[in-house]
Design a protein around this ligand. Sequence first.
Ligand code: RP5
Length: 185
Amino acid sequence: MGTSAEPRVGIVMGSDSDLAVMEEAGAVLDELGVGYTTTIASAHRAPDLLRAWIRKAETQGIRVIIAGAGGAAHLAGVVASETLLPVIGVPLDSSALHGWDALLATVQMPAGVPVATMAIGKAGANNAGVLAARILALQDEGLAKRLVEYRAKMAQDVEKKAKELQDRGGAKRTPGFRPASNPSS
Ligand code: RP5
């Protein structure tokens, strides 16, 4: 995961243990041709480093920040309190509570300090990338076109899978499987 075209999205995560999931955000930005920069800067363990990264991001043309963290995930909220750039939060499953803690910590922001909170884990990281691209596409026609193509490809992929399933003869029931009888009938 690295920097591609001129970075317009800043991706920050609380630990290197978050990288495998947060790479998903970078992958979709790569696919859409959006430049990004990535760092690790914990709100709890390295607040000064985080603040310095935000200041640098603001002066270097970053337009959207994606922040992913697990556990008591205050990263996205702290970023949103430090900058006026839009912040997209990705709660991660990295504790005994499987991401519920991170989801609540990320989403329950006080009025006036918004964090656009995604789903827990890889789907959330992917959507963070897509949402960042959609925000940038408001002022970038080329990117808006690529997002239209991205959406069309998703539909084509589903159609292809449906056709493959049909060609295989459809979904087969497990031998011996009987649907539960409707208790009200
Ligand atoms: C959070 O604590 C990080 O975002 C990570 O998800 C979690 C665990 O971090 P490590 O102990 O693996 O560094 O701050």
